[in-house]
Design a protein around this ligand. Structure first.
Ligand code: GAL
Length: 344
């Protein structure tokens, strides 16, 4: 589904939720709500852009419903204990709902215990906790995407490109020498994207040879440094499969700093469709990306948070297992990138 269509569908759902039967809201009389958000790292490029959209959407809902919606965003700065303290603080400050982008997705216990004790619903997002943890209390939810889908799509884009562009195989040995740039160790998206992107390319009949893999923690500068180190070893690299756009942009930065001409770049693929990633696809320095629907996820999270904060039912929101909202990914290449850029 195109981004525009998806956005319209989500806005439609929200309007049904917020304005059912012509009423402005069925929010049981609250005139203001407070939504707290804690991010694992406020400098993460994808999450930064997702939050811009979340705040813009909160303003829209405020206008549409007349309910004052205050959003406060905290930076956990990669510390789970800082994040636990932030949640405690939000509970003390009477936030109506808390959205948590876990630092350590295996360690949500303190947050769940504190929220349950104070009866404050929690919407986890983007960094998925295990199902048993989400089942620990009724008022726990998750908003995100299905990592597997993005890995398969990235693999399909890369396989398709290699099949139609024999020049990717620069040394003409019939094998594509590749590097995977991985996000954080232990992150579900990094693990699954790495595995499925590579296996999808192989399943399409392309012979791959792994030159190396490197962990660059979703980060552009780290990816640039890692790429420069690889290039110092003078290895032949024909394809970069990156777990996200920020790292793909770091690869491009490395080649640009060595004054490679764009037409001699290896084939570089990313995931996310952040603004700079879409521009790189448009400029053809990145071959393609997979759109991680930041707008859709922000809208869905805001809708869910709004309803929880105002004690409205979430039963018509089509939550999987009553708890999960997962937005689909989409492939973006030079053919369709304009439709993503124009709605930025
Ligand atoms: C992924 C996203 C990455 C990074 C990560 C943080 O879904 O693709 O760019 O934002 O989440 O958890």
């Amino acid at each position: 589904m195109g981004k525009k269509v998806l956005t319209i569908v989500l806005i439609g759902c929200l309007m049904v939720g917020l304005c059912a039967c012509g009423k402005k809201s069925t929010n049981q009389g609250k005139s203001s709500i407070k939504i707290g958000v804690t991010l694992y790292d406020q400098y993460d490029a994808f999450l930064g852009q997702m939050m811009d959209f979340f705040e813009a959407y909160a303003e829209k809902v405020e206008k549409d419903t007349g309910v004052t919606v205050t959003v406060e965003i905290y930076n956990a700065a990669a510390s789970q204990s800082t994040q636990n303290d932030q949640v405690e603080e939000m509970i003390e400050k009477n936030f109506d709902v808390i959205c948590v982008n876990l630092v350590d997705r295996t360690d949500p216990s303190s947050i769940i215990d504190a929220a349950e004790k104070a009866n404050v619903p929690v919407v986890f997002f983007n960094r998925e906790l295990v199902e048993e943890d989400l089942q620990r209390w009724d008022e726990l939810y998750y908003v995100g995407a299905t990592a597997l889908e993005s890995g398969i799509m990235e693999g399909e884009l890369a396989a398709d490109y290699c099949n139609h562009h024999p020049e990717v195989d620069k040394n003409r040995d019939g094998v594509i020498q590749y590097v995977v740039l991985e996000g954080e160790a232990g992150h579900q998206d990094a693990i699954v994207r790495t595995e499925y992107s590579v296996s999808t390319i192989q399943d399409a009949g392309i012979t791959l040879e792994k030159v190396d893999n490197a962990i660059a923690n979703w980060n552009r500068d780290q990816a640039k440094t890692q790429t420069l180190q690889l290039l110092e070893q003078k290895k032949n690299i024909e394809l970069y499969i990156c777990n996200n756009d920020a790292m793909a942009l770091g690869v491009i930065d490395a080649y640009e700093s060595l004054e490679y001409d764009k037409k001699n770049f290896p084939a570089i693929f990313g995931i996310d469709g952040i603004d700079e990633g879409l521009s790189a696809v448009k400029e053809e320095s990145m071959v393609a990306t997979v759109y991680n629907d930041k707008e859709g996820q922000a809208e869905a999270m805001l809708e869910l948070a709004y309803r929880l904060a105002t004690n409205e039912s979430v039963s018509d929101m089509d939550l999987l297992d009553g708890k999960y909202i997962r937005l689909p990914y989409a492939k973006v290449d030079s053919e369709n990138v304009d439709s993503y850029l124009t709605t930025e």
